[in-house]
Design a protein around this ligand. Sequence first.
Ligand code: PSU
Length: 304
Amino acid sequence: MSLPIHFSAEVAEARANRQALVALESTIITHGMPWPQNLETAQQVEQTVRQAGATPATIAILAGRLHVGLEAEELEALAQAKDVAKVSRADLAVCMARGGNGATTVAATMIAAHLAGIEVFATGGIGGVHKGAETSFDISADLQELAQTPVTVVCAGAKAILDLPKTFEVLETLGVPVIALGQDVLPAFWSARSGLAAPLRMDSADEIADAMRMRRALGLPGGQLVANPIPAEAEISADALAPVIAQAQAEADAAGVSAKAVTPFLLQRIFELTEGRSLEANIGLVLNNARLAAAIAGCLASKQ
Ligand code: PSU
């Protein structure tokens, strides 16, 4: 059978002209942020990518078709839709075969980006090893995807709700290069500094693009994870956030929240407990990542 894939008008044109493209995910829209900031942020992220000289391709499944790039009205509808599945590698095909609607996680967005020939993807924070994983075994499929799909993912670190040392241990085991931009420590999503040493450091989009090209030349599978620190004006300090995360985690445990529901539950509770500050930080870091991803995509396109 042929793949039910659809390109938005803007993405189709960019592909025809071999212009720089940046993939964007949709779980952050449907499960990561509340209405209406989710739509406003998604629109701003797309605009930021355009201003930085690349074409945005927001990815989602609509009525069973894999959309690479959404038209403005499709994005608006998705941001308000209920009952959109959070889709990762395991359930992507099932969602499409059933004609369903799905928001793509980092893992599923990487798969779609690669199918569409897009090498760079901007998000907020990847999934990782959850606290208590030694008993729950809750480890995001995003990590395994980074090990096998050749896309450079720009994030602001792994979300600080996770067990960060274990998350980066797993990435090392899987052979995923983790590159901090412009600093020697890894960022922690809402905070610029995690206290963990960065395995690799680079200082420009050009260097990151060169490393991606070299991976390709070596025939190595998998992508790169770029950890771009949140801008200072948007940051919440790790110390201020630690008790909030602990409370949200305790509530999730008490309520028996598990599997795919954990990350959305924690993000929503942290939003409430910080009276919206965590969302402002999240928006600031996503826009910052969109800018860097567009610059990397520009470097890759210019040297093809
Ligand atoms: N970045 C954000 N907010 C989010 C996400 C990323 O700023 O909600 C989403 C991504 O889609 C990522 C998912 O793949 O969170 C991780 O979910 P889980 O921990 O269940 O794998």
